[in-house]
Write a protein that binds this ligand. Structure first.
Ligand SMILES: CC(C)(COP(=O)(O)OP(=O)(O)OC[C@H]1O[C@@H](n2cnc3c(N)ncnc32)[C@H](O)[C@@H]1OP(=O)(O)O)[C@@H](O)C(=O)NCCC(=O)NCCS
Length: 309
């Protein structure tokens, strides 16, 4: 470990970090006999660098082997006004079990501790390596999520859902209400992220909102369509019916494709609605928090890019 130094990712390293994320994640999956996470070109995975750097420039810590000049690990983090969230964490298989992840994590928990902020992340329940890593520094699993997948028919899903008539695409004028709704439902604030999704300068995002009474919002749900990641979330919604209506609207943005999304396991009616549409489980995730946390006032749908919990 003496030969490992931590520093901030450089702009010219996006390709190396993308390759590291692929080799680490796919290597871990293969060693457990699971299907690989990233099956396309490694360079597609640079989307993690481009999205995270747009939202939080300079917040990717890399671990460099100063003898070989190889990148041994990388981890993104997001200091927000209410909390610090931890993004994708990776160590190259050649460096597994040598304390590289623990050092990067300690670097990030120090950032949170200096500002007195709680932390959030989403981690796979099937990955004891990352579970132990996070648990040892004080993360507590708070919510369990079903990872659900569904091949959306080319003509879209044709289902009846109460409230569907109140769902529409978000506009810039909705962002202030989305910020307040997420604060009320999930007790976090991340103004830049929500503005960035709705602006959609990259052309990979779509956001639906659920109109409430008197011009208020009862929910929003974002989704990303990119070769490296096709996923619904983040979302914050007041009711289960509203969540189903927003999921349906966002699934229909992915016609002919198979997105993944996270549904809270403690909402069986919602989960069974997803089964009725043909969705199946592919994994389980924990939403974890370190420090202050309160149960959601509604439904929270986390995502892996940018990570929230
Ligand atoms: C998960 C991952 C990042 C861990 O990286 P790593 O560098 O091998 O981890 P470390 O060597 O720092 O070990 C992590 C900690 O877990 C501890 N640990 C490992 N197995 C443990 C177990 N069964 N019980 C308790 N603690 C355990 C280690 O002792 C270490 O703690 P310490 O530093 O306080 O001693 C790495 O396996 C990886 O990149 N996997 C693929 C991608 C991935 O899963 N990322 C996380 C997504 S949520």
């Amino acid at each position: 470990m003496a030969n490992i130094e931590l520093r901030t990712m450089r702009a010219e390293e996006w390709g190396d970090v993308a390759a590291l994320i692929c080799d680490s994640t796919n290597g871990w999956c293969e060693s457990r006999g699971r299907p690989v996470m990233f099956s396309g070109p490694k360079q597609d995975v640079q989307v993690f660098c481009s999205v995270y750097e747009k939202l939080d420039p300079g917040c990717c810590v890399v671990a460099e082997d100063i003898v070989t000049r190889r990148l041994a690990g990388s981890c993104f983090y997001h200091p927000r006004s209410s909390h610090v969230s931890l993004g994708i964490m990776n160590v190259h298989p050649d460096y597994f079990g040598q304390g590289v992840a623990s050092r990067m994590l300690r670097h990030i928990t120090d950032v949170a501790d200096r500002t007195g902020k709680p932390m959030r992340l989403v981690s796979s329940t099937l990955n004891l390596d990352s579970y132990c890593l996070y648990n040892r520094v004080g993360f507590v699993p708070r919510l369990i999520y079903h990872d659900m997948i569904l091949k959306v028919p080319a003509g879209g899903l044709d289902c009846e859902v109460p409230g569907a008539e109140r769902v529409r695409p978000a506009t810039a004028a909705d962002v202030a209400a989305m910020i307040e709704l997420e604060w009320e439902v999930n007790h976090i604030r991340r103004e830049n992220d929500l503005r960035y999704f709705v602006e959609n300068a990259d052309g990979i995002w779509h956001v639906s909102v659920l109109e409430g009474r008197g011009g208020s919002l009862d929910g929003f749900l974002v989704s990303i369509a990119h070769p490296a990641i096709r996923m619904l979330g983040p979302g914050a919604i007041r009711t289960e019916d509203g969540t189903a209506a927003l999921i349906l609207a966002e699934l229909n943005q992915h016609r002919g494709h198979q997105p993944v999304w996270l549904v809270p396991a403690d909402r069986p009616r919602l989960v069974h609605q997803m089964y009725a549409w043909g969705a199946i489980n592919c994994e389980l995730h924990f939403a974890q928090a370190r420090g202050e946390w309160s149960p959601p006032n509604g439904i929270v749908m986390p995502t892996f890019l940018p990570e929230t919990g």
